[in-house]
Ligand binder design. Structure first.
Ligand code: SAM
Length: 241
């Protein structure tokens, strides 16, 4: 796994949840992206930007690293300290109100973030799809609930997540949320094979939130949850002569 080469970032402040690089690595194994610096990728909800680093280094693209809670200034410092200031551009915008050029990105990637803001019908087609080039792709990995517990998030996850329990939904739910659109060629949602390692590496950071999550690992996280992958392929533009 290419994420092995990024071990020095498996700590606070770079880790903000279950190891995002393991999840991203699995997505990019399944859907490899080979780009040049002329290709643009949006890393949506990038946190402290290690996923942006991975995307820039492993795909070759120039990355727009967008986050809401981590400021542009803070991420600019991270990217400069990695000598990646020309390859990763920090942006601080709300994913529900982005201001990029239409059809700007070859790919939009979002790890452990999309569930905070995108669980509404038509969110994807209205707020994300317009920014993807024709023929481009969206790849998402988020915590979710296993297929067999679909619809029971509040009941099963509230002791762990409180009022945020509703955010963890099944692969089927996310397929419904993406919906259909004339510009969508293909949608796939599935349960990732990564599970224990990203969680254990998060617990290993000893962040106070990690220690809290660890308290619920055996009783709730393991039996009921999974990581959900989402892949959306945008249709090629139809050229008429
Ligand atoms: C758990 S952190 C994960 C960060 C990073 N992707 C990772 O995996 O380490 C969730 C991230 O989602 C981002 N986020 C939540 N709501 C957002 C919104 N409306 N627009 C943009 N980003 C958002 C937060 O800023 C936060 O950094």
């Amino acid at each position: 796994m290419r994420s092995e080469h990024y071990r020095k970032y498996f700590k606070v402040p770079f880790m903000m949840g279950p190891n995002c690089l393991r999840l991203l690595d699995e997505l990019l194994e399944e859907y490899p992206l080979q780009y040049t610096s002329d290709n643009l990728v949006l890393d949506l909800g990038c946190g402290s930007g290690i996923t942006s680093l991975f995307i820039a280094k492993e795909t070759g693209a120039t990355v727009y690293a967008n986050d809401l809670w981590v400021s542009e200034e803070e991420n600019r410092r991270h990217f400069a300290s990695w000598n990646m200031q020309d390859k990763i551009i920090p942006v601080c915008e709300d994913a529900t109100n982005l201001h990029f050029d239409k059809e700007m990105f070859d790919a939009v990637i979002s790890i452990d973030s999309y569930h905070y803001f995108a669980g509404k019908e038509e969110f994807f087609t209205q707020n994300i799809l317009p920014y993807i080039k024709s023929g481009g792709i969206a790849l998402v990995a988020i915590p979710g609930i296993k297929h067999e517990y679909d619809g029971r998030s509040k009941e099963l996850l509230t002791p762990w997540l409180g009022k945020d329990a509703y955010m963890l939904q099944s692969a089927d739910f996310w397929k419904r949320m993406i919906g259909s659109h004339k510009d969508i060629e293909d949608v796939r949602t599935w349960e990732l094979s990564s599970f224990e390692l990203p969680w254990q590496e998060w617990f290993g950071t000893k962040h106070e939130f990690a220690l809290n999550d660890e308290n619920y690992y055996e009783s709730i996280i393991c039996p009921y949850t999974t990581f959900v992958g989402v892949m959306v392929k945008k249709a090629e533009a139809m050229h008429t002569s």
